[in-house]
Design a protein around this ligand. Structure first.
Ligand SMILES: Cc1cc2nc3c(=O)[nH]c(=O)nc-3n(C[C@H](O)[C@H](O)[C@H](O)COP(=O)(O)OP(=O)(O)OC[C@H]3O[C@@H](n4cnc5c(N)ncnc54)[C@H](O)[C@@H]3O)c2cc1C
Length: 422
């Protein structure tokens, strides 16, 4: 985890250097020091810290500066980091302004220049403030943030991709989460309530933004491999479910140059399972995402190249060679080709349903959507094992879960252990 920040601000370069030196000496092992020589620079740095998911523990600002006073800066900064402590470092002549600011702007403290010796005049006060801050500190989420409204199919596709590829992310609902609006403003975007033209907005860990990215844009920005390193392989596998991954592990462990192409996320159907209880070697069961993660690690250890998201679109064979055209138009060839394409969801044939797909109607998306269904009513359509697992998983979050089963009984299509759980 990155260290929390102490941001210090003074327009006098000599003072700024001296205070930064003293702060670093005493707090450098636990806090990261950021310094600024004007209110505008400090505000810009504060906004960037927020976008990157950093945390500010303390703002320490000079009061008298051209352009923006210390109090004005602290007021704006605390709107961005409301729990950070705020102190003024003032000359004796500004004491009255500092006292007024404590009353009017809710500042935590004011310190007088010069602060020598710091062991007496600086550290005790700041130690106190930082201890107080630490007591209520909750580390901010570091990672990808997706901002959208809840019923956006594009946002669902991005979140499903992140969840299935086990990339930590946080989703902020623009309609209910005030932080979403704040991050949007800091990223320089505005939202028209009716149309949401810049959403979904993705903010990456380094604070950079992607406006309405496609899944492939996002995957590439996050450094996922989508292009083959070589034109020719001993073994090409299309499909990264359990079958494809197992084939990749065995092929590569025999020394074959192996590439696996997966259009959604390695793990396939099994990767979407909330709990697999009948997999050999895991007596207490494991989640599908755990199984996928283990299989991907094992395959990569043997040198398998995994391209995802990337799809095989066309095939042809010439003599002993097989050629696969990928969705980006490139082509790779191999001695051996394995197609492990599995199955796709059967679509619900119901008039008007398409417009709600990804916006309230989901296929196998328990892991992505369940947390958003807190205290809501959920209907699961289907009577076999995936429906049973999804129902059990949703029941941890939803108020009620109802399973709609076409058949006469669950026993025809669902495993007994799931029926017992339900
Ligand atoms: C929710 C759920 C829970 C389950 N729970 C259990 C369980 O507890 N126990 C159990 O034994 N089984 C369970 N299953 C079934 C099990 O997951 C499947 O039998 C298994 O995943 C099949 O593996 P597969 O590799 O053959 O195919 P799949 O898992 O279907 O994988 C095929 C992969 O190929 C990819 N693909 C397809 N076409 C292309 C293309 N053109 N280019 C690139 N990639 C492509 C797909 O995206 C997919 O990732 C469950 C299934 C689901 C959906």
């Amino acid at each position: 985890m990155e260290k929390p920040v102490i941001l210090t601000l003074d327009d006098d370069p000599a003072v700024l250097q001296a205070i930064a030196r003293d702060l670093r000496q005493h707090y450098g092992d636990r806090f990261r020091l950021v310094r600024a020589d004007s209110g505008a620079v400090a505000l810009d740095a504060t906004q960037k810290l927020k976008l990157r998911g950093d945390t500010v523990a303390l703002f320490l600002a000079d009061q008298r500066m051209p352009g923006m006073s210390g109090v004005e800066f602290l007021e704006q900064a605390s709107a961005i980091f409301p729990t950070a402590k705020r102190a003024l470092l003032t000359a004796y002549a500004d004491t009255d302004a500092a006292i007024a600011a404590i009353n009017n702007a809710n500042l935590d403290y004011y310190l007088l220049k010069p602060w020598d010796p710091p062991e007496e005049k600086l550290y005790p006060v700041l130690d106190d403030l930082l201890e107080d801050w630490q007591a209520s500190f909750k580390p901010a989420f570091k990672g990808v943030k997706v901002i959208s409204d809840r019923w956006s199919p594009d946002s669902h596709a991005l979140r499903d991709f992140l969840a299935r590829n086990q990339i930590p992310y946080r989703w902020l609902d623009i309609e209910t989460d005030p932080e979403a609006q704040q991050l949007l403003n800091l990223a320089g975007e505005t939202v028209d309530q009716a149309t949401h033209p810049c959403l979904p907005l993705v903010i990456q860990e380094d604070g950079s933004k992607l406006v309405k990215p496609s899944v492939t844009d996002l995957a590439q920005a996050l450094g996922q491999t989508t292009e083959a390193a070589k034109p020719f392989y001993d073994l090409v596998i299309v499909g990264g479910g359990p079958a494809g991954l197992a084939a990749a592990v065995y092929g590569a462990s025999e020394g074959l140059r192996t590439v696996l192409i997966e259009r959604e996320a390695p793990g396939g159907q099994a990767g979407t399972s909330s709990r697999i209880e009948n997999y050999l070697g895991f007596p207490v069961g494991l989640s599908g995402s755990d199984l996928a993660r283990r299989a991907v690690t094992q395959a990569k250890r043997f040198g398998v190249e995994i391209l995802s998201p990337q799809a095989g679109q066309a095939l042809r064979s010439e003599g002993n060679y097989h050629f696969v055209t990928l969705s980006d138009g490139s082509e790779i060839s191999s001695h051996a080709l394995i197609l492990a394409l599995g199955v796709s969801w059967r679509r619900l044939n119901m008039p008007g349903i398409e417009q709600f797909t990804g916006a309230g109607v989901y296929y196998g998306a328990a892991q992505t959507e369940a947390a958003a269904c807190q205290d809501e009513e959920v209907y699961v359509v289907g009577g076999a094992n995936s429906a049973g697992q999804a129902a059990m998983y949703f029941s941890k979050f939803a108020k009620t879960v109802r399973i709609l089963v076409r058949g006469e009984s669950l026993t025809k299509s669902m495993s007994q252990y799931l029926i017992d759980q339900i």
